[in-house]
Design a protein. Structure first.
Length: 72
């Protein structure tokens, strides 16, 4: 989703957020926080109920940086 620079300026967001080209309407790229929260809940569920061997912190890192953990 796209938000304006004015809206972006009112948020507690990274100044390094993706800037969209003017041809695409300008502004910044934004996502609904709900999608990220669901992703984290799924990660916690997998950790707690499927018997994975990595810690929650390792799973969070692995979800955000693919290939960082060694194969089991």
């Amino acid at each position: 989703m796209r938000i304006s620079e004015d809206t972006f300026g009112t948020l507690n967001a990274s100044k390094h957020a993706v800037t969209l080209p003017e041809e695409a309407g300008g502004g910044r790229m934004a996502l609904y926080e709900g999608f990220h929260l669901v992703h984290c809940v799924v990660s916690l569920y997998v950790e707690m109920f499927t018997g994975t061997t990595h810690s929650i912190a390792e799973n969070v890192v692995a979800c955000h940086i693919p290939g960082i953990l060694p194969e089991e």
